[in-house]
Design a protein around this ligand. Structure first.
Ligand SMILES: [Zn+2]
Length: 276
């Protein structure tokens, strides 16, 4: 990872945004030092905490990637705390809580064992484990995204994290394990992934106002959504799609981004799968 991330982070969290991030991180640190460390690096003494701290310290690039990931996570928390408090989430069976339970970020390198989702390697890319409410990221993913998927922008990188946070939001409101009668596991997965894209868009909507996101940044995120769409990754059998087509992913991201309303992200309310 080159200096792009620094420039990117500085641009994304420009004058106003930097202040927002600093206030958030600084404020949280002042109030409860152990919990912010726990939130950013995993539980002290847990299987991944030493690993997380080491990974972030191993190189300057990793340190930047860790800082960037933390700043993005803080920004998503800002948005979701407000949306949950305002009762703006779609409901699945029961009313969503008013208080947003923050996920924990685990930074790992090479491989990691999760608390209930098995073992994973860097090849998995960033992911969320609903069993332990943790987001896992290997800093080398930013490189992969930049080189292999040709989506090098900082907002694109942030979007991928915001998508994983979207899965956490789904876990909280109950849509992550929602059953749809008569649909295959893959079809339900597409609904779930498109909702996570839309929820990432909702974050982008709010972040755009707070962090001065430009049209270029938006293009980059859409390019990332496109690049990680099932068809762009080379899957051609539509019945095996688990993330949705690039076109669908862009459409649902835009819906969240344009409206800023999580209730518009109810992919499970779309009756016919072909209408997604
Ligand atoms: Zn996903």
């Amino acid at each position: 990872m080159g200096p792009r991330l620094v420039g990117g982070a500085l641009r994304l969290f420009g004058p106003k945004g930097a202040l927002v991030a600093a206030v958030l991180l600084g404020g949280a640190y002042f109030l409860a030092p152990p919990s912010i460390k726990q939130a950013l690096l995993g539980a002290p003494g847990g299987p991944s905490s030493g690993q997380g701290a080491k990974v972030c310290d191993v190189s300057e690039d990793n340190a930047k990637a860790c800082d960037f990931s933390r700043a993005v996570l803080a920004s998503t928390e800002d948005v979701w705390i407000e949306k949950f408090a305002g009762g703006e989430l779609p409901a699945y069976g029961k009313a969503p809580p008013k208080q947003y339970p923050k996920p924990t970020l685990v930074v790992f390198s090479g491989g990691v064992s999760t608390g209930g989702c098995g073992n994973a390697t860097s090849a998995t890319g960033p992911f969320y484990c609903p069993a332990d409410d943790k987001l896992y990221i290997d800093p080398s993913f930013y490189d992969t995204l930049a080189k292999r998927l040709k989506s090098p922008g900082d907002f694109a990188q942030a979007f991928v994290l915001a998508h994983e946070v979207g899965h956490h939001v789904q876990n909280v409101i109950g849509s992550l394990r929602f059953e749809v009668k008569g649909e295959t596991k893959e079809q339900i997965s597409v609904r779930s992934e498109l909702q996570a894209d839309c929820l990432a868009g909702v974050w982008g909507h709010s972040a755009r106002a707070d962090l001065s996101i430009t049209d270029d940044d938006l293009d980059e995120a859409l390019q990332a959504a496109h690049a990680i769409g099932d068809d762009a990754l080379g899957h051609t059998d539509e019945s095996k799609f688990s993330h949705g087509s690039s076109k669908q992913r862009v459409r649902w991201f835009r819906r969240g981004f344009d409206t800023g309303d999580p209730r518009k992200c109810d992919t499970f309310a779309v009756e016919k799968h072909s209408d997604l």
